[in-house]
Design a binder for this molecule. Structure first.
Ligand SMILES: [Zn+2]
Length: 140
């Protein structure tokens, strides 16, 4: 039994991804801000989206590899899912899935940066060593 009144107090979780990407017009942005002030549920959801967006931003800022492409693909997927199934459950699931994807990606990104640095240092060493003496594979 859901009262019809709740329709006038619609949640704006559908619009949160667009809101974070500032892809909404001023009117919708104002509407969402007003709703967020009143609705704790949507604020909670917004913080989840911000975490995802922040992780993505961090990744693309600190990484020379093509992660912005990945990010735009991700947002496209979100958009597509919203249009296909306008059920909040599936969007929440998508957000949760994305969150898992990004938290898994961040260690990988750090690792790849480490590898790049390591290779540069190692590269200098290798060219120095080859001038002095041939590289022999003696370990231990
Ligand atoms: Zn709400």
């Amino acid at each position: 039994m859901t009262p019809r009144m709740s329709q006038s107090n619609q949640h704006i979780s559908d619009l949160l991804p667009a809101y974070i990407n500032s892809r909404l017009d001023a009117a919708n942005t104002a509407r969402i801000r007003a709703h967020l002030e009143r609705c704790q549920e949507c604020r909670h959801e917004l913080s989840a989206w911000e975490a995802v967006s922040g992780a993505a931003h961090l990744a693309s800022a600190s990484m020379p590899l093509p992660s912005p492409t990945l990010m735009s693909q991700v947002w496209e997927k979100i958009d597509a899912q919203q249009k296909a199934a306008s059920q909040q459950k599936s969007i929440k699931r998508a957000a949760f899935h994305l969150w898992l994807v990004f938290t898994r990606q961040i260690p990988l990104i750090h690792k790849s940066i480490w590898i790049v640095r390591h290779c540069r240092i190692h590269g200098i060493h290798a060219s120095n060593a080859s001038q002095v003496r041939p590289v022999s594979h003696t370990d231990s």
